[in-house]
Ligand binder design. Structure first.
Ligand SMILES: Cc1cc2nc3c(=O)[nH]c(=O)nc-3n(C[C@H](O)[C@H](O)[C@H](O)COP(=O)(O)O)c2cc1C
Length: 177
């Protein structure tokens, strides 16, 4: 039987995005666990230039729809832009509906400020609730992201390791692993 796919979605297409460091960090962490097929998903490869509703036929929406169908659980890496989340993430999310189908999602906020993207995550919650993803209570925060990733791997592990284990346990539980 194939392994459940964990899609770690880098939720911004911005040039020079710092969130990329967070997405790679999480992918490296989750690739330790052979029970999961952990995939980095870059919203740059999926975002369209306009809204495609879930019920509209459009070739441009197919890659995201296929990805959602193939995914068992998500982690969304979400930078904070003006107290909200990036528009390109909304474009892809709106292009599917039924296939979200109660799949679990963990949110990871990113910001240059000290709150780690909390406002972005809070603004995303009603969207995720509406489209039918299952929001797991564990959340990750990556504040002052440029400074944060100047830390060594060991220093980062001291900050994040135990929280990441909690997140991993929550994902495994939700997937009956
Ligand atoms: C349009 C825009 C708006 C932003 N608004 C906020 C904000 O409201 N609060 C905050 O802490 N950082 C804000 N930032 C800074 C981002 O959090 C910062 O760029 C961080 O590195 C994460 O985004 P990135 O992955 O695009 O780099 C903003 C950045 C952009 C590009």
């Amino acid at each position: 039987m194939s392994k459940p796919r964990l899609s770690i979605v880098l939720g911004t297409a911005r040039k020079n995005r710092q969130s990329q460091k967070v997405a790679h960090y999480l992918v490296n962490f989750f690739r330790q666990f052979n029970e999961l097929d952990t995939t980095l998903v870059d919203v740059r490869d999926y975002a369209t230039n306009y809204t495609i509703a879930a019920w509209e036929e459009d070739e441009a929406a197919k890659p995201w729809r296929n990805l959602v169908a193939a995914t068992a659980a998500f982690i969304f890496v979400v930078p904070e832009y003006n107290r909200s989340f990036p528009g390109e993430l909304k474009l892809v999310l709106d292009s599917e509906l039924a296939a979200y189908d109660d799949k679990p999602v963990i949110l990871a906020g990113v910001s240059i400020g000290s709150f780690g993207g909390l406002a972005a995550l809070t603004s995303l919650l009603p969207v995720l609730h509406k489209i039918g993803l299952r929001i797991l209570p564990e959340q990750l925060y990556f504040p002052e992201v440029e400074e944060l990733f100047k830390n060594s791997e060991e220093e980062l592990a001291l900050i994040y390791e135990s929280k990441l284990i909690q997140v991993k346990d929550a994902i495994f539980k939700s997937l009956n692993l």
